[in-house]
Design a protein around this ligand. Sequence first.
Ligand code: BGC
Length: 353
Amino acid sequence: MNTRRKRFRIGFLFLPILFMLNGCLAGFEMEEFVPNTMDVPKAYSELSIRGINVGNALDAPEPGQWGVMIDPEYFHVIKQAGFNAVRLPVRFSAHTGGNPSYIIDKDFFAMVNDLINHGLNAGLIVILDLHHFDEVMNEPIDYEEKLLAMWDQISRVYSAYPDNLYYEILNEPSRELTRDRWNDLAARVISVIRKNDTHRKIIVDSVDFSNINTIQTLTLPEKRNLIVTFHYYEPFEFTHQGADWVRGSNQWLGNIWIGTAEEKKQIENELNQAAEWSNRNQIPVLMGEFGTIEKADRASRIRWTEFLAREAEKRQISWVYWQFCSNFSLYSCDTRKWDETLLGALIPKNTSK
Ligand code: BGC
């Protein structure tokens, strides 16, 4: 894990007028991608996101605790490299007061807000992702109101923001947040947001840790401005070998990904299903996380990453790589250099501008 610590540059006044001003300043360009010609199912989409997660930063229990502090300059570096979006995982749930209003801590919110503004002003789509709210997964009945209260506050603050700020209501719903419970809760969160913010793009994760195979269990209250997201880390024994948060994963060390017909078929079939669902339901799909741990064989990582990105694009599935500069990283926040080969696997040079 990266250990460099950078201070946030806050310089921020918490006033609605600034939100609006920043909204106006945030320029926005969409990159042109290579048109897809392959005979594969296409997702319903006007989106073409090529993004990167700036993770292990604001999603840590305390900012910096997992080694990443976000320097606003990173957003320019990301834009320059050819990405058009960043996903900002944020552990809002660790920074609120108690019930019933669960007020988000002013200083923490200011820090997040400052980074959102920098991301937008760099010309990126910013996906504000409510991440690692483990309590609601374990005890949904006790924590649902907190999720609703957090989204009420967030969506009031950003209702006047430009359209290239998106909300992701909850990362990886799982455990006790079962399918029916998640469908019910997601609908309630969307309704709270819509009272404050009628048009914003809202991203909804599929249940069972944003599983690609549970997309079809989602029942969404509306289609307009919704995006469904899944995370893709298959084969898990390859992408998560030696991950210290996955019990038993040391025995997977040394697993490689060759890209045999059989290995590719599994990925193609699953992406086909996601694209078909999207097309049938007329809702765009986003592969909101995918990536490989640094401990995995480098040549395999490059093959897998390139295959996933191109196969998603062929199907009009937008993607956001996991992640920027920590443990699955693409960039070194110490040396301030990209892993050019891995970057080229995601964004081939001739398609980045
Ligand atoms: C988690 C990270 C983890 C990644 C890959 C993310 O959703 O928040 O902590 O590194 O998935 O497992």
